[in-house]
Design a protein around this ligand. Structure first.
Ligand code: MG
Length: 449
C-alpha cells in the first residue's frame, strides 16, 4: 500500500487506501483552525473522486464556521486567483496534480493566494496530527456560496497581461491543438485560445477525470497531441496537467520541445520587453539562465518546489520565474504556476518570432536534460552528498537543496528522496550523449560509495 504523502505541496494519497474520509476531515479541520474560521475558496480538478472529497471538505469547513466559496472544477491557479478576488482567508484545491487517476489530495493556500510557506504548512500538519476539533455549535456554523464566474475572471486576467498584444494575436489566427487529458483545463484552455482568435483542435477536453493517457505532460505521454498537430497542420500544440499549472509544447511538426522550453520561451518574451529579476529552481534548465544573462538580468535559483520559487520571487521582486517542468510564474497575474499564462505568452512569442514553433525553439539556447535515480539502500544520503561536495569543492557547488555542481557548459543536481532510498540525478549538457554520460558518471560515483 502506498503512503500518505505530506509535503510542502500538500497532502496526497490513494483513494480507498491512504486518502480516507477521516484523513480528509482531520486535515480540513486543521486548516479551518489555521484560517480562524474565515472565508475559504474551494476548487477541485476533474478527478472521479473529486465530488465526494469536495462534499467532505465543504461540510467540514461549514461545521467549523467557515464561509465557503465553492468554484467547483477549476485549475489550481484559478483557486489562487479567486482567494485574492474574494479576499478570502485561504483556499483549498482538491487535486493530485499530475498523479494517476487513483490519487487525490489537498493543496492549502493562504490569504495571499499562494501555497502555504513551509513553516505555515507545518503548523497545519501539526494541528492535524493533534487531531484538534474545530467544530462549532449550531449558532456559529458557516455557509456556502457557489460562484461559477471564476474561469471567466481568470481568462480576463490573462488577456490583460501587459506583454500581450491580444489584437495582433487574434489577427494571426493561429491553429492550435490542445490536450487537457480530461482534466480541469478542458474549459479554460480552449476558451482562452478562442478569445485569442485561434482555431482550436481540442482533444481529451471533457473534464470527467478519466485521464486519456498518463497525465503528466512528458514527451512520452503526448502521442495523441503530436498526431493531432500533424493531422491538422497546427502551428503549435499545448498539453496541460490535470490541475493546469504545468504546460508542455509540441512544435508544428508534432515534436515535443521539452517542458523546460515553456519557461525559456516566456523568459525571452518578458525580458525582451522589460528588464527585471528572475527566480527558478535548482533543477531548471540553464536555457532560462543564459537568456537572463544575455539581458543582464539578475537570475536566482531557489530550492525545488513552487512555494520556494514563489517566496524567493516575492523577496527579490522578480518579474518572471517558475520551474522547468512547464510551470511559468508571472507575478503580474499572481505568484503561482499557471498554464493559461504560459499558453498566452507562448503565442505572443511565436507571433513576434515570425517563424514556426520549431524555428522558435531552435533560436533558444540548446540543452538536453536527463533525470535518473540511483538506489542507495542501506546508505546515508546526506553522507554521500557531503563526500561528493568535498570531492568537488573546487568546482562551483551549491548545497541549498541537495548538491548541485556547475561545470563550464553542463551541471548535475543530486537530491535525496524523502520517501524512498534513492538519490535523484539530474544532469544537463549541450547534447543528450553528454547529459547521459554526466548522469551515469555520478550514478556510478554514488553507487560505489
Ligand atoms: Mg499540477
Amino acid at each position: 500500500m502506498s503512503r500518505l504523502m505530506v509535503s510542502i505541496s500538500g497532502l496526497r494519497g490513494e483513494v480507498g487506501s491512504t486518502l480516507t474520509p477521516e484523513i480528509i476531515v482531520r486535515y480540513t479541520q486543521a486548516f479551518a483552525k489555521f484560517v480562524k474560521d474565515g472565508k475559504v475558496v474551494l476548487g477541485r480538478d476533474s478527478r472521479v473522486s473529486g465530488p465526494f472529497i469536495a462534499d467532505l471538505v465543504r461540510g467540514t469547513l461549514v461545521a467549523s464556521g467557515c464561509q465557503v466559496i465553492d468554484i467547483d472544477i477549476v485549475p489550481t491557479p484559478t483557486v489562487q486567483l479567486e482567494i485574492e478576488h474574494h479576499q478570502a482567508a485561504g483556499g483549498i484545491a482538491i487535486t493530485a496534480s499530475h498523479n494517476p487517476i487513483q490519487w487525490n489530495g489537498l493543496k492549502f493556500m493562504g490569504s495571499d493566494g499562494r501555497f502555504l510557506p513551509p513553516a505555515q504548512a507545518q503548523q497545519v500538519y501539526q494541528m492535524a496530527d493533534r487531531n484538534q476539533s474545530s467544530l462549532q455549535g449550531w449558532e456559529n456554523l458557516g455557509s456556502v456560496i457557489f460562484d461559477d464566474q471564476a474561469i471567466e475572471r481568470h481568462i480576463e486576467k490573462v488577456l490583460n497581461i501587459s506583454f500581450l498584444d491580444v489584437e495582433a494575436i487574434r489577427k494571426r489566427k493561429f491553429k492550435v491543438a490542445v490536450d487537457t487529458v480530461n482534466g480541469a483545463g478542458g474549459h479554460i484552455i480552449p476558451q482562452l485560445l478562442e478569445a485569442l482568435g485561434c482555431e482550436v483542435i481540442a482533444i481529451n477536453q471533457e473534464p470527467n477525470g478519466r485521464f486519456a493517457h498518463t497525465p503528466e505532460p512528458l514527451p512520452e505521454n503526448l502521442i495523441q497531441l503530436s498526431e493531432a498537430v500533424r493531422q491538422h497542420g497546427a502551428d503549435v500544440g499545448f498539453a496541460v496537467d490535470p490541475d493546469v499549472d504545468r504546460c508542455a509544447i509540441v512544435d508544428n511538426e508534432g515534436q515535443p520541445i521539452g517542458e523546460e522550453y515553456t519557461l525559456a520561451i516566456a523568459t525571452k518574451l518578458v525580458f525582451s520587453k522589460q528588464l527585471g529579476r528572475m527566480v527558478v529552481n535548482m533543477s531548471t534548465s540553464r536555457a532560462s539562465e543564459d537568456i537572463a544573462r544575455y539581458y543582464n538580468c539578475m537570475f536566482v535559483r531557489s530550492k525545488v518546489g513552487e512555494i520556494n520559487v514563489a517566496e524567493k520571487m516575492k523577496e527579490i521582486d522578480a518579474i518572471i520565474g517558475g520551474e522547468g517542468n512547464g510551470g511559468v510564474i508571472l507575478p503580474e497575474v499572481h505568484l503561482g504556476r499557471d498554464a493559461p499564462v504560459a499558453v498566452a505568452l507562448t503565442l505572443q512569442a511565436l507571433l513576434e518570432h515570425g517563424g514556426t514553433m520549431k524555428e522558435l525553439k531552435a533560436s533558444l539556447p540548446q540543452y538536453e536534460m536527463v533525470k535518473k535515480k540511483v538506489s542507495i539502500e542501506g546508505m546515508d544520503p546526506d553522507q554521500i552528498l557531503q563526500q561528493l561536495a568535498d570531492k568537488y569543492k573546487d568546482q562551483q557547488i551549491n548545497t541549498l537543496d541537495g548538491l548541485k555542481i556547475d561545470f563550464e557548459d553542463s551541471w548535475v543536481h543530486l537530491r535525496k528522496s524523502n520517501t524512498e532510498p534513492i538519490v535523484r540525478v539530474i544532469a544537463e549538457a549541450p547534447t543528450l550523449e553528454q547529459a547521459e554520460e554526466l548522469a551515469d558518471r555520478f550514478m556510478k560515483e554514488i553507487s560505489e560509495k
